[in-house]
Design a protein around this ligand. Structure first.
Ligand SMILES: [Zn+2]
Length: 181
């Protein structure tokens, strides 16, 4: 099998930001739009979307991404501790240590269309370990998006203040006024 070497586990700092961006792009690829669930992975542009994330755009890759997405979403929501789907994605890839004067770095070796899903699993792990309890589902139950909370007190609840935050606040406010009136 031809292995492609594409991705390197980078130094601290920048890498966790990149991991977070990749993880959220995949976790948030099934948004609810105008009250209807959608799935970026089913759309005609799905291949371009995956390539923009560094993938190769095949159907097999999308199938793996969907499995990883569903498993990580369930884990983050706390309804599942099932990691079989994630283990299957990691089963065929290798991390190889490489030494330089700067220290040891790890190189991911994977077949082209198995690499992106593996990167997402590694990104999920890294974000979960380095930012414990900061990856969470949006508190709007009608929203299917996730967020990584970077606020100092750790109290962020919405995927976006502009959309879900304001909507939920307006709803709470209206309920309060109704009960007061
Ligand atoms: Zn939301």
């Amino acid at each position: 099998m031809v292995h492609r070497v594409v991705w390197r586990v980078k130094e601290e700092g920048r890498a966790v930001v990149e991991d977070e961006e990749l993880l959220l792009a995949v976790l948030n690829s099934a948004p609810v739009v105008d009250g209807r669930p959608t799935d970026t992975l089913d759309e005609p542009e799905a291949a371009d979307w995956a390539r923009a994330l560094g993938g190769c755009g095949t159907k097999g890759e999308r199938d793996r991404l969907r499995r990883v997405r569903d498993a990580v979403q369930a884990l983050v929501r706390g309804g599942s501790a099932e990691v079989g789907g994630l283990a299957a994605v990691l089963d065929r890839v290798r991390l190889r240590p490489e030494v330089s004067a700067a220290g040891v770095s790890w190189r991911l070796e994977a077949a082209p269309d198995e690499e992106l899903a593996a990167r997402v699993v590694l990104a999920w792990s890294r974000v979960t370990v380095e930012l414990p309890r900061r990856l969470r589902p949006c508190a709007n139950e009608e929203c299917n998006l996730f967020l990584v909370d970077h606020s100092r007190p750790g109290t962020a609840r919405w995927c976006s203040m502009a959309t879900c935050g304001n909507r939920m606040k307006a709803r709470t406010h209206a309920r309060k006024r109704r009960s007061e009136g």
